[in-house]
Design a protein around this ligand. Sequence first.
Ligand SMILES: Nc1ncnc2c1ncn2[C@@H]1O[C@H](COP(=O)(O)OP(=O)(O)OP(=O)(O)O)[C@@H](O)[C@H]1O
Ligand SMILES: Cc1cn([C@H]2C[C@H](O)[C@@H](COP(=O)(O)O)O2)c(=O)[nH]c1=O
Length: 196
Amino acid sequence: MYIVFEGIDGAGKSTQIQHLKEWLIESGFKTEIVVEPTNSDVGKLIRKILRNPNATNENTQRTLGLLFAADRMLLMDEIEKKENEKIAIISDRSFYSSLAYQKPFEWIKEINKYVKKPDIVLLLDLDEKSALSRIEGEDTFESDEFLKNVRKNYLKMAEESNFKIINANTGENRVKLEIKRAIAPYFEICVSGIIE
Ligand SMILES: Nc1ncnc2c1ncn2[C@@H]1O[C@H](COP(=O)(O)OP(=O)(O)OP(=O)(O)O)[C@@H](O)[C@H]1O
Ligand SMILES: Cc1cn([C@H]2C[C@H](O)[C@@H](COP(=O)(O)O)O2)c(=O)[nH]c1=O
C-alpha cells in the first residue's frame, strides 16, 4: 500500500505521518516512511534551490520541476522493493506536489508519467495564513500569495482525483482520528474514539 500525504507547507503532514506509522505498526503492519525531496544528491540540490529568493521564478520553477521528477524517479526502486516485501509505505509528498507547486500542469504530468501512482492520497487542507503561523518560513515558497495558489491547485486536483480531504485546521488529535477513519477500511482495522 502506497499512502501519500499532500498539503501546503505547515499543514501538519510530518506530524500526522508519524502518528499513522505508529498506529499501523501497533496494528501489526510493517510500515515505513519516505520523504520527498529525498536525501539523494538531487534532493540536496533541490533543498538548496528552495532557499534561493528566486525559487518562484519561471525558469527556476521549471528547473525544480525536472529535479523533483528526477529525485522521485530515483526513489521508485526503493518503493517497489518495499511493496514486494509487503511494507506499507507512507510518503511525505509525491508527484501531486509537483502538479500543485510547479507548472505547466501538462508538462509536469508528462515528465512524471513513469512514477508510481499512490493507492491513497490524504490532502491535509489548511488555509495559508494558519499554515504559515505554524512554521519558520525559511523557504521561498513559504509565502501567503504562493501558498494560497498551491492550496487552490490541491483542492482542484482533490476533486478530480478523489483525494481524501482532511480538515487540518483542528487539533492534532482530531486530525489524527480523521486520518485513522479514512485509512482503516484499507487495512480492515476498527477505529473507536471520540475527540471533543
Ligand atoms: N493540528 C495542528 N494544530 C496546530 N499545530 C500543529 C498541528 N499539526 C502540526 N502542528 C505543528 O505545526 C508545525 C508544522 O507541522 P508539520 O511539520 O507536521 O507540517 P508539514 O506539513 O510537514 O510542514 P512542511 O511541509 O513545511 O514540512 C509543527 O510545529 C507542528 O508541531
Ligand atoms: C515534492 C515537491 C515538493 N515541493 C516543495 C514543497 C515544499 O515547499 C518543499 C519541500 O519541503 P517540505 O519539507 O515538504 O515543506 O518543496 C515542490 O515544490 N514540488 C515537489 O514536487
